[in-house]
Each structure stands twice: as structure tokens, then as C-alpha cells.
Write a protein that binds this ligand. Structure first.
Ligand code: R5P
Length: 292
């Protein structure tokens, strides 16, 4: 029977996953030393066991990543037969290539570190770039939270919902949510300034008049992408605008920016533990683990 180790960043999700898998949790003691260094201590036996470490690497990314690496390495050294790193939010995955000369391909470095720590497999959720998961020395599986988000949305009383992706890259996800809600979808196109990070979204006509629009994305960070899309559909007569995402990073000012643009409700998952985490990704992780 697989054992679940909830890391300091994902204690709630780890507990939910253990419940899904009907297995036990091994606790982790953690603290930060006065100089800022991280400490973890595993409480329990792992020799000969298959273990899944659940540790999402949302902000503070570097701290959460170090804790993950310390846990994976320790569990391996203590004799676990197999260690699976479940990292719902894979930090740095947006830096999946060298956009500007001389940049670090940080997403790749993070994955290599997880492999070096001893992970036999990686499980992640709605990773920003699936290309990052190719050609690794260990098995990497990406699962989608979109069916779970769609199930949550189906319980809200939405009026003739329209599902919108704020950029072309997530059109597939919007399509999936729309098909599960038995409705239609569309996408916008955006460009991001590589130096300032500012997002520009192209205006296009959408069939949103008098309808509830749900904007779906993988990550909400500054909220700029969602705010632009919300302003566009509001100006075209949308009745209500909601935003749903897998990773509610919600950097400072993000919620205010989106609300000002007309977003009434923000729905996220516990891939990133936040006050908007209304959907648990535990069932998706459990299903993937059963297949691994
Ligand atoms: C980028 O392409 C992603 O899919 C998200 O749209 C993006 O990360 C959101 O960032 P922000 O909230 O800062 O606009």
C-alpha cells in the first residue's frame, strides 16, 4: 500500500490524497532556521515502501522546492522502494525555453534537480508546458484538473455559460470544460512583452451577450490576463464573469485587478493552497497514481 507524505506546502492536499487512496499519512516536521535555511524531518518508516511526496511549489517557490528536494532525497536514503514526487504546481514551468539570449531554462533545471534528488516518477497538474516533461530520466505524468473544475461549475447556477480561454494556448482546456458543461467556448489572443511582462489582448467579437462567462486558465498570477479578457467580454454585454484556474498563485494586487475588470468570482484548486481553492485535485492525483 502506497504511503503519502504531505510536504509543508501541501498538508491539506496530502491528507485529501491519502483519504482518496485509503492509506496512511507520514508526517513531516518542518521549520526555518533563523538564517532562513529550511529543515525537514520525516516521522515514520519508509524502508521498502512505495511513497508519494506531495509538495506543490507555489510561492515562495524556492523554499517549497528545497523542501521537496530534501524530502525526496531523505525518503530515498531511508530505503523507500519507489518515490513519486507529486508536485501539482511545478515552479518555473513558464520558463520552458530561452526566450532571450542568455536566459536560464529554469523549468528544465527544476526537473533535473527533482531527478537528481532521487524521484522515480513525477506527477504534476496542468503543467504550463508539457514539452518540459519530455526526455527526462524519470517518468513524468501531467494530469488535468479541468474535469474537476467543470464538475464544480456544473453545480453553480450559471446562465447559458460561455467558456473562454484568455489565450490560444488554453483553448483545448476551455473546449474540454465546455464539452463537459454541454455548452460552447472560444478563445482570445494575447501577446506578452518579454521585458515588462505586460499583457496585451486582441479584441474580438464573442457570443457572450446576456450570458455568464467563465474564463479558464492554468495559472492566475498578476491577474492581468484574466482582467483583460474580463473587460472584453463585459464590454460585449456578458451578464456575469467568473474566473477559474488550476493554480491560483494570485500575486499581490491580482484579485483587485480582476474585480475591477468585472470578475465576480475566482475559483481555484488546492494545487495551490489559497482562500479561493474550492476544488480538490486529490481525485485526479489518486487516479494517476493508481495507473502509475
Ligand atoms: C500564460 O500563458 C498562462 O497560461 C497564464 O495565462 C498566465 O501565466 C497568467 O499570468 P497573469 O495572471 O500574470 O496574467
Amino acid at each position: 500500500m502506497i504511503k503519502v507524505v504531505p510536504g509543508p506546502a501541501s498538508r491539506r492536499l496530502g491528507a485529501s490524497l491519502a483519504e482518496e487512496l485509503k492509506t496512511s499519512v507520514l508526517e513531516v516536521e518542518s521549520k526555518v532556521f533563523p538564517d532562513g535555511e529550511s529543515y525537514v524531518r520525516l516521522k515514520g518508516e519508509v524502508a521498502g515502501e512505495e511513497v508519494v511526496v506531495v509538495q506543490s511549489c507555489y510561492p515562495p517557490q524556492d523554499k517549497h522546492l528545497i523542501e521537496l528536494l530534501l524530502l525526496v532525497k531523505t525518503i530515498k536514503e531511508l530505503g523507500a522502494r519507489k518515490v513519486i514526487a507529486a508536485v501539482p504546481y511545478l515552479a518555473y514551468s513558464r520558463q520552458d525555453k530561452r526566450f532571450l539570449e542568455g536566459e536560464a531554462v529554469s523549468g528544465r533545471v527544476v526537473l533535473e534537480l527533482i531527478g537528481l534528488a532521487g524521484a522515480d516518477a513525477l506527477l504534476t497538474v496542468d503543467v504550463h508546458s508539457e514539452a518540459l516533461l519530455e526526455k527526462l530520466s524519470f517518468k513524468a505524468v501531467n494530469v488535468s484538473a479541468m474535469p474537476l473544475i467543470a464538475r464544480y461549475l456544473s453545480q453553480l447556477r450559471l446562465l447559458n455559460p460561455f467558456i473562454l480561454s484568455p489565450d490560444k494556448k488554453r483553448a483545448r482546456e476551455a473546449g474540454l470544460v465546455a464539452s463537459l458543461l454541454n455548452t460552447d467556448h472560444g478563445y482570445l489572443e494575447k501577446v506578452r512583452d518579454l521585458s515588462t511582462g505586460e499583457v496585451k489582448t486582441m479584441v474580438k467579437g464573442l457570443p457572450v451577450e446576456g450570458r455568464d462567462v467563465v474564463i479558464v486558465d492554468d495559472i492566475i498570477s498578476t491577474g492581468g490576463t484574466i482582467a483583460n479578457a474580463a473587460s472584453i467580454v463585459k464590454s460585449q454585454g456578458a451578464r456575469r464573469v467568473l474566473a477559474a484556474c488550476t493554480h491560483p498563485i494570485l500575486a499581490k494586487g491580482a484579485e483587485e485587478r480582476m474585480r475591477k475588470a468585472g470578475v465576480e468570482e475566482i475559483i481555484g484548486t488546492d494545487a495551490v493552497e489559497s482562500h479561493v481553492s474550492r476544488v480538490s485535485v486529490a481525485p485526479a492525483l489518486a487516479e494517476a497514481l493508481r495507473k502509475l
